[in-house]
Ligand binder design. Structure first.
Ligand code: 5RP
Length: 225
């Protein structure tokens, strides 16, 4: 396991300590969350912990199911107590970029329906300013080349996310466009602009969503609040 994976595993294990018996828990997506779901599966098996998971992607749903964690879709529960998710970048005000794994639409829907949100990251994700990580947009395929051009005209440096010559498809069968902005000076302003652009289903700016971040550092996980 790489050093970075060790840090991801550490924060995943730390995060499941926040999960209490009886909770409905949003399960994020990504390589860090994968370690968290492994640790949660172990608690469910070892402690007969009774929880319900609400996955934010098919990937996470499959992993949780495989591990014996009961799962429900978002519309089958009346609330979510806590969601634990990863992030691609977090600034000192806990504003973040998500969507590196093309799952930010479902992740954001689950997050805004959760009483509490925790992000788990290794220390490389903590930054002074957002933007060196490309900002993902989930977009409707219809007319997406026109949308791409409008984004390019605004100087947003859009790039369609491709794999093996095909568009990466989200769990809602949409495309991803990544904006190579390098720096985001005004996350709120940018979010407002992107929210107005027809064809964008959701952008990866997660603003004012979390108040707890668990950061993996060499000397142990650090809980920031
Ligand atoms: C998926 C996400 C992930 O949470 C984010 O990309 C972090 O992933 P990883 O833990 O693999 O670095 O937003 O859409």
């Amino acid at each position: 396991m790489t050093k970075q994976d060790e840090l991801k595993q550490l924060v995943g294990q730390e995060a499941v300590k926040f999960i209490k018996d009886g909770m409905i828990v949003g399960l994020g997506t990504g390589s860090t969350v994968k370690f968290m779901v492994d640790a949660l599966g172990k608690r469910v098996a070892d402690e007969q912990l009774s929880i319900v998971g609400v996955p934010t992607s098919q990937r996470t749903k499959e992993q949780a199911t495989r591990l014996g964690i009961p799962v429900k879709d978002l519309d089958e529960v009346d609330h979510i107590d806590l969601t634990i998710d990863g992030a691609d970048q977090i600034d000192k005000n806990f504003q973040g970029i998500k969507g590196g794994g093309a799952a930010h639409l479902w992740e954001k829907i689950v997050a805004i329906n959760s009483t509490k949100n925790i992000w788990i990251v290794d220390k490389t994700k903590m930054v002074d300013q957002l933007g060196s990580f490309p900002l993902p947009l989930e977009v409707i395929p219809y007319g997406s080349h026109q949308l791409f051009q409008r984004l390019a005209n605004r100087g947003f440096n859009p790039v369609f996310r491709m794999k093996d010559g095909h568009h990466v498809l989200t769990d809602s069968n949409n495309y991803i466009i990544d904006l190579h902005l390098h720096q985001i000076q005004d996350p709120q302003g940018l979010a407002f602009t992107l929210n107005q652009m027809t064809g964008i289903v959701e952008h990866g700016l997660f603003l004012n969503i979390v108040n707890t971040v668990i950061v993996g550092e060499e000397n142990g996980p650090k809980v920031l609040q």
